[in-house]
Design a binder for this molecule. Structure first.
Ligand code: GRF
Length: 209
């Protein structure tokens, strides 16, 4: 590893198992990032206690007092991130849609994990929808966050088989194992600068017309 470790915040709303996977991976000496802050928009998120147990600074930025003013909520969130000198933000089960203001400020430096093989099954209830669609393979994706939900450039993706008799719960558990593996790998790639966000390139016209 060259250079100082990148300072990372993990944003959560719930149990925080991906957050825990990132914290555990970042404990390795040669890991290029350190998790210095966990922020939740839900004061009672179970992940907060797990972060505190790991001696990581936590903050709650409750979205409710801000009502419909999403940008005001995000300004408070952004203040927390800046206060801690954060360089990369990892969304891990963070259940708020972000505005273009926030995404613009952090462009190329926000990652998200989505429980499906993007671009398949964007949005919620991915496991139920995968079962209904009868797909043979399902999985998880880590991607850069852009304005369009679940549509940013993919950093890492891995698939699992969908097995006969799978329920949402069994499929979710199989995918979650993958999530815990690919999120730390993807963060490593981004923290080391081996994968970088690039804005979409203009279409190259076929020179032969
Ligand atoms: C994960 O399935 C993740 O892919 C999705 O939300 C869930 C969060 O789980 N975005 P956890 O809080 O990390 O356990």
């Amino acid at each position: 590893m060259t250079g100082p470790k990148k300072r990372v915040a993990v944003l959560i709303s719930g149990r925080g198992s991906n957050m825990t996977a990132l914290i555990e991976a970042a404990q390795a000496k040669d890991y290029p990032a350190e998790i210095v802050l966990v922020v939740s928009n839900q004061p009672d998120a179970a992940g907060l206690a797990r972060a505190r147990e790991a001696a990581i600074a936590t903050a709650v930025v409750d979205h409710r007092p801000f009502g419909k003013d999403r940008e005001a909520f995000e300004r408070a969130l952004d203040d927390e991130l800046r206060k801690h000198g954060i360089e990369i933000v990892c969304l891990a089960g963070f259940m708020r849609l972000l505005t273009s203001w926030f995404i613009g400020r952090w462009r190329g430096r926000i990652l998200n994990i989505h429980p499906a093989l993007l671009p398949e099954f964007k949005g919620l209830d991915t496991h139920r929808r995968a079962l209904e669609a009868g797909v043979k393979r399902h999985g998880a994706t880590v991607h850069f966050v852009v304005e369009e939900t679940d549509a940013g450039p993919i950093v890492s993706q891995q698939s699992v088989p969908v097995l006969q008799g799978d329920t949402e719960a069994t499929l979710a558990a199989r995918v979650l194992e993958i999530e815990h593996r690919i999120y730390p790998e993807a963060l490593r790639l981004v923290a080391e600068g081996r994968v970088r966000f690039a804005a979409a390139q203009p279409e190259i016209k076929n020179p032969r017309g």
